[in-house]
Design a protein. Structure first.
Length: 479
């Protein structure tokens, strides 16, 4: 059904554009129908402002992922006021999704509501299509057009990473190869990855540039193994000029994938092809990563990106506002900048909520409006003031453990206790999802976080010493 297609799209948009964008813009949009003959997806927006904003800022995101989800090379997205009329000779079809487990490793594809025999034939056809797709390079994720060096705001917290990224883009494969950036999520690592790709492409139109996330790399490798097409997988990556690998920590604990990436790394490096990787931690602190991989990732330049200073955040807010064709005062920019302490991504989300509210209610952007949108209650302010790194720092100081130990597989009593308490505090005092919390401490399964939370929550009710320990840590988080 189209509702399922739209639900899948929202999940993808949340990962690529962030939850604030989905909650502010896409959640208000309804997917009315899909015309499989005209290749048109009909959407309905609540008003002209939302429609114009989405068309202006997120049209490529819509077309790229709706095309993939509907199994089409390209689709047209149209906003309408009501359900489009159905052509009696060629009725618009409601696509039915074949669950991924029917054709493992395949993105959902549309199948018309046909007879059992016809559906069987379509499933067979889809299987042949998947087999053929594994014989050629997969479609490469495109570079985000707004992620360039010009739109990146430089400050003390990211100046080294920025300078190295510019240098690597000017002389790819020669300076800083590999180039490794690390830091918490949402501070600009992905932005610089895309900016490097854009800069290299601008000076060499023929350069073959691949931007890939590590989790997609893992999925693609598993797919190649399943269909016995690893030689095509290897050929695809060995014939590129630039590899931009995001969140490399997600290949940890995956020995076969690390083996494949190890040989790919060697091949590209020996051919002086540029390799750029990002992670949330130093190579040496990534648990489950082979030592030879760690040493290779540290061959070139390693640069960190940390949370920017207040002055840099104010500059970022003003820059982002200009990109949305809005002008805000320094006082308003400072207020928005102070509202977020965890990431630039959330900072942009806060700005978008303010701009959207001002436009939808036809109000000027005032201090009162910002307070109303961003500071609805004291609990929200408290949760905004605590981020994952702050929780971990407090736990590390209290228990005298390292970040590497918290992210490791060690089950020593003290380390396990510290890890469980960190998970408990992260869930209680931040707005992060279980998946995000788990990923921060190198745990892919969110159930680990939930189990730790429930365990600590139960035990502290019957253990006075644990209760006081939690109280002490919570007080430190508020300071």
């Amino acid at each position: 059904m189209v509702s399922q297609i739209w639900k899948e799209f929202l999940t993808i948009a949340r990962e690529e554009a962030g939850s604030p964008v989905v909650e502010t813009w896409f959640k208000a949009v309804a997917c009315l129908s899909w015309d499989s003959h005209k290749k048109i997806v009909y959407l309905k927006a609540p008003n002209a402002f939302v429609k114009d904003w989405i068309v202006k800022n997120y049209q490529p995101l819509l077309q790229t992922h709706l095309s993939r989800l509907l199994g089409e090379k390209s689709v047209t997205v149209q906003f309408v006021e009501q359900m489009p009329p159905i052509n009696s000779s060629k009725p618009a079809e409601e696509p039915q999704i074949i669950p991924a487990q029917i054709i493992p490793g395949v993105q959902p594809i549309p199948v018309s509501l046909a007879t059992g025999h016809a559906r069987h034939e379509l499933v067979k056809s889809a299987s042949r299509m998947v087999a053929r797709s594994s014989e050629r390079p997969q479609a490469r994720p495109v570079l985000h057009e707004i992620y360039t060096f010009d739109t990146f705001v430089v400050g003390p917290s990211n100046s080294l990473a920025y300078a190295a990224a510019v240098a690597a883009a000017e002389k790819p494969g020669i300076l800083y190869n590999p180039f490794f950036m690390y830091g918490p999520s949402g501070l600009g690592k992905t932005h610089l990855l895309h900016a490097i790709g854009h800069a290299i492409k601008q000076q060499n139109k023929k350069a073959v540039i691949v931007y890939q996330t590590a989790d997609r790399f893992v999925q693609e490798f598993i797919h190649a193994i399943r269909f016995n097409k690893t030689h095509f997988f290897e050929a695809k990556y060995k014939n590129i000029d630039v590899l931009l690998m995001d969140d490399i920590q997600f290949i940890s604990h995956k020995e076969q994938t690390q083996e494949a990436f190890f040989h790919l790394f060697n091949t590209l490096h020996q051919a002086q092809k540029q390799i750029v990787c990002t992670s949330d931690a130093l190579p040496g602190d990534i648990a489950g990563l082979a030592q030879r991989m760690r040493s290779r990732l540290e061959w070139g330049l390693v640069a960190d990106i940390s949370m920017p200073t207040l002055e840099t955040k104010i500059a970022i807010v003003k820059k982002k506002a200009e990109m949305h064709h809005e002008t805000i005062t320094d006082a308003i920019a400072e207020c928005i900048a102070r509202s977020v302490t965890s990431s630039i991504r959330e900072l942009e989300g806060a700005l978008i909520r303010v701009l959207a509210c001002a436009s939808l209610t036809r109000q000027p952007i005032t201090q009162e409006l910002v307070d109303k949108v961003l500071f609805k209650n004291s609990v929200h302010q408290t949760r905004q003031a605590v981020d994952l790194p702050k929780v971990v720092r407090s736990v590390m100081n209290y228990f005298n453990v390292t970040l590497a130990e918290l992210r490791s597989e060690k089950r020593d009593k003290d380390i396990s206790k510290a890890r469980h308490i960190a998970f408990y505090l992260m869930k209680k005092h931040t707005d992060k999802s279980l998946k995000e919390i788990g990923a921060f401490l190198a745990r892919k399964d969110h159930s680990t976080v939930l189990h730790a939370y429930e365990k600590i929550n139960t035990h502290q009710q019957n253990d006075n010493s644990l209760y006081r320990l939690i109280e002490d840590l919570e007080r430190s988080l508020q300071n």
